[in-house]
Ligand binder design. Structure first.
Ligand code: FE2
Ligand code: FE2
Length: 267
């Protein structure tokens, strides 16, 4: 993972996942260096990952007090249980539904859980974090947040977009990608990850985006896009455009068989 201190007290830890035919999806986690340190999301769940070891390059994992899982998809929960072991004081911030989803796979220790719904605040000593459901999401347990001290908006899957290379996916500033490529990537991701947006009532959706625009974040930190600082106008404009994104359909069985036939026989 690449580590970028993008704000004086926010570190982004950047990983990526290659999606065939689509690109390189950033997979970010965040450390808010608050009086009570907060980790937001815990990365990919594949066996080659050691999230706690990566985190130790940024902060002593034992000091972590809050582990905020924006939603329990497996690209957000990779290091969760190892981190809760390494951070005995830490509480898992999620929703009732988030606990339910995680309970399908794990014995969630309820005495370690802190339930927080959109609109509620978490006091982390020197600041509060306010929970929000972002305009685009792929899981009903989703709660992003705004840090009231830095103004940073941590938006979960919302604002994401696949990049053209691993280097772009893990870079410190989305401005390394052209504005047109970023916009196209965001519209593609909206259609892939939140396909329901293509059928929304547009005035209602526009009002939701508007209410987020008024948060006037100092930085937009998506799990699936390099950090975006000073780009609120175009970032929210891309979100506004999402209902008009071209619809996306994944490869079908015929395409899979063509792909498999193109591989060299083994042995
Ligand atoms: Fe997701
Ligand atoms: Fe995700």
């Amino acid at each position: 993972m690449e580590k970028h201190r993008v704000l004086p007290d926010v570190t982004v830890m950047s990983d990526h996942a290659e999606i065939p035919g689509i690109g390189f999806l950033p997979v970010n986690t965040f450390v808010i260096h608050a009086e009570q340190p907060v980790v937001v999301d815990t990365g990919l769940s594949t066996p080659d990952k050691d999230f706690v070891a990566e985190l130790a390059e940024v902060i002593d994992p034992a000091d972590v007090r809050w582990v905020w899982i924006t939603h329990p998809d497996r690209d957000h929960t990779g290091g969760l249980w190892q981190l809760l072991e390494a951070a005995p004081q830490a509480k898992l911030v999620t929703t009732f539904l988030g606990v339910g989803i995680m309970s399908c796979e794990w014995a969630v220790p309820l005495d370690r859980v802190h339930l927080l719904n959109p609109g509620q605040r978490l006091d982390v000593g020197d600041r509060t974090l306010t929970g929000y459901r972002p305009p685009l999401f792929d899981n009903p347990a989703t709660v992003g947040l705004q840090d009231d001290k830095t103004g940073a908006l941590l938006s979960s899957d919302c604002f994401g977009g696949p990049m053209g290379s691993p280097q772009q996916a893990m870079c410190a500033d989305v401005r390394e990608v052209s504005a047109e490529d970023r916009r196209a990537a965001q519209l593609l991701w909206a259609a892939i990850d939140s396909p329901w947006v293509l059928g929304v009532d547009r005035p209602t959706y526009a009002a939701t985006v508007d209410s987020f625009r008024r948060l006037d974040p100092s930085a937009i930190l998506s799990t699936h896009l390099p950090p975006a600082i000073g780009l609120n106008g175009p970032m929210f404009d891309a979100l506004d455009e999402a209902p008009s994104a071209p619809s996306w359909v994944g490869p079908d069985q015929e395409a899979l068989e063509a792909l498999l036939a193109s591989f060299e026989p083994v042995g």
